[in-house]
Design a protein around this ligand. Structure first.
Ligand SMILES: *[C@@H]1O[C@H](CO)[C@@H](O)[C@H](O)[C@H]1NC(C)=O
Ligand SMILES: *[C@@H]1O[C@H](CO)[C@@H](O)[C@H](O)[C@H]1NC(C)=O
Length: 411
């Protein structure tokens, strides 16, 4: 028995020696020296807990030493052989190996590192941590939120649950770090994101370092990480991660196409009153309104053909998150006046109800022509005219086609 213990200790020493013992950049930490060196220190410490029979630990050791070398004289690096220091392992609640824990960071509490175990990710994480600590000392607070502005909620660990997860609305959340140039650059274009999304998709920003618990649950893919939370009941794991380029335009397009994917296809509604228009368009990126010729010129078949085309276009442009509506010519005089339609039917309009801008096409109403109009004028945001305010929507009868409704099979 006695002999076996000695052998184990000996083996342990040999193995530990192999991993970090001769390393000049990594301090060997133990039950005995941990308090003195780490806990009582004011320096940031990056501490690895490892065991000898762990291939991941061996793989990681090169990355760890290289990172330690980079931060020599700036940040302290230490390693704990878990098998020899059970007390420390229990104290820090370490359950798997390797585990990296940051001590004396900006929040004081030990923070487990969860990103990739390689030099680049670890280096950028440590840089962000130093930046946060410096800000903490300078400003007394971690730092001001950079994405905070009129329509973007400043999220944190205390309000994330109430604001985002308990909300039934769609949310776009950007998780960012101050030291990330990509985040700073995206923030410069954030006005555009707000202008496009406001009123449709809620926006929030979460600073990752001050809120590392929530940020960690979001499973970060570097900074910024952008998540879309669909309408309805939410869990943090429901967030859909953006993987495109970090430009405002592309983020907005993605947000709307993800909104479209996670919502049912909108109905094409007849504008019979204010409520219809509101239902079809108020929470949409654009409102497509078609004006069909009057009943005496365009009978049921004619109108059904138009409606069928609208349905097809609705499906084709689903990703845009537009609302779709139609009315019979001359039935909404104020709306027609505002849009300068002058009794020319059919015509197709695309109205942005939030900016009061619109585009109009008087080309013959075919799928091909409408597609061209959408691509050329609407998607390139070539909206020239300003809609007059105070448009009165008249109550009209529901159009009841004698030839029945369009069946879904025909689409
Ligand atoms: C979180 O944000 C709210 C505002 O929404 C603020 O009142 C609160 O103090 C913040 N909490 C923390 C811990 O920063
Ligand atoms: C498109 O509209 C133009 C102008 O009204 C018309 O001359 C043309 O025939 C239409 N094209 C198609 C394919 O319907």
């Amino acid at each position: 028995m006695h002999c076996r213990i000695q052998l184990l200790v000996l083996l342990g020493i040999l193995n530990a020696f192999a991993l970090y013992d001769e390393n000049l950049f990594i301090v060997k930490l133990s039950n005995d020296n941990f308090k003195e060196l780490v806990t009582k220190s004011k320096s940031i410490w990056i501490v690895e807990f490892y065991i000898d029979q762990c291939s991941e630990c061996h793989k990681f050791s090169k990355h760890f030493s290289q990172t330690a070398q980079v931060f020599e004289g700036i940040v302290q690096f230490g390693a704990v052989n878990a098998e020899e220091n059970i007390e420390l392992v229990q104290e820090q609640d370490v359950g798997k190996y390797p585990t990296l824990i940051v001590f004396n960071g900006p929040k004081g509490l030990p923070q487990v590192y969860t990103d990739k175990r390689e030099v680049k990710a670890l280096t950028s994480f440590i840089t962000v941590t130093i930046y946060a600590l410096v800000n903490m000392k300078l400003n007394g607070a971690l730092y001001p939120a950079i994405f905070k502005s009129k329509f973007t909620d400043d999220l944190n660990e205390s309000n994330f649950q109430d604001l985002v997860l308990k909300s039934k609305k769609m949310w776009l959340v950007v998780i960012y770090a101050h030291a990330s140039a990509e985040c700073v650059r995206l923030f410069k274009e954030w006005d555009f994101v707000e202008q496009e999304l406001n009123g449709i998709i809620k926006m929030g920003s979460l600073e990752a370092i001050s809120n590392y618990l929530t940020a960690g649950e979001c499973k970060l893919f570097g900074y910024p990480t952008i998540k879309f939370f669909p309408r309805g009941r939410k869990k943090i794991s429901f967030g859909i991660t953006y993987t495109g380029k970090y430009t405002a335009r592309e983020v907005v397009d993605w947000a709307f196409s993800t909104a479209a994917e996670t919502n049912p296809l909108p109905k094409v509604v007849q504008i019979k009153n204010n409520v219809d228009l509101e239902d079809a368009c108020s929470q949409k990126r654009m409102c497509i309104v078609a004006f069909f010729p009057e009943n005496n010129v365009c009978s049921d078949d004619c109108r059904n053909d138009y409606l069928k085309s609208l349905e097809i276009l609705n499906l084709e442009f689903k990703k845009q998150f537009w609302g779709w509506a139609w009315c019979e010519g001359k039935t909404q005089p104020k709306l027609e006046e505002a849009l300068k339609i002058n009794d020319v039917y059919p015509c197709l309009t695309a109205i942005n109800l939030r900016t009061n801008k619109y585009a109009i096409s008087f080309d013959s109403f075919t799928i091909e022509n409408a597609t061209k109009f959408f691509l050329k004028s609407v998607l390139s945001n070539d909206l020239k005219y300003l809609v007059k305010k105070d448009i009165e929507i008249v109550n009209v009868d529901y159009w009841n086609d004698q030839n029945n409704h369009i069946s879904k099979e025909e689409l």
